[in-house]
Design a protein around this ligand. Sequence first.
Ligand SMILES: [Zn+2]
Length: 252
Amino acid sequence: MSTPAKVIRLDRDPRAGANGEIYVRSDASHLPFADRVFSAVISNHSLEHFDDLDGSLREIGRVIKPDGALFVSVPDSSTLTDHLYRWLSRGGGHVNAFTSSKALADKIEAETGLRHAASRTLCSSLCFLNRYNSPKPRPHRLLLLGGGFELSLLLYVLLSRRIDALLHLRTSIYGWALYFGKIPEMPDTEVYSNVCVRCGSGSPASVLRATFLRRILWLRLYQCPSCGALNPFLDRGSAVTLPYTNKPMVTI
Ligand SMILES: [Zn+2]
């Protein structure tokens, strides 16, 4: 994470601190912090793994400042993406299944005391299948899902968006991002269709079109601003900003 903010990472099995980051070993349901000390809490693809979900949410509500902000992202357990993930990794540690962003937002509001400010739908690139990201040795089941080659993921991105547009399905959906508390600047809630097949970063079409677009024969590709991988360009989406600077944050 590149930010001037002071960031504390929390995990039950943290890696050695790198790049000056602070890692804390703890369970999310028993945070080793005083009350109301963090300006922001980021729970990125985490809640689906928490054994004590309600207790963890109450702890988040305890450590965050009254004027703080909370970001949560989770998979929609009813989607093709989450089914594939759990099948490939034999559960993948997902112990909580979310099928309604409204129900989850209501629960988070009730447990943390933070007001729900905004939601956005997240698209998938199946980047967890990418050979760069899959665990070693690679699961045999990966062979049945295209082998994790970026060309097969690229085809998934193209086909899933087209199928969803034509048949009103949700094969391209991953889950949701939810925003709570006092958000300094309201996030854009438009769906980003352009999601990198290697790092999973979503990008607004307007930014990609202006700077990162490449043309190879009849194909429109973009180079991911985060990792440099080539992806198919889909002409949809817009920008989002979350300007946190010089404020203590915790990522769980
Ligand atoms: Zn990328």
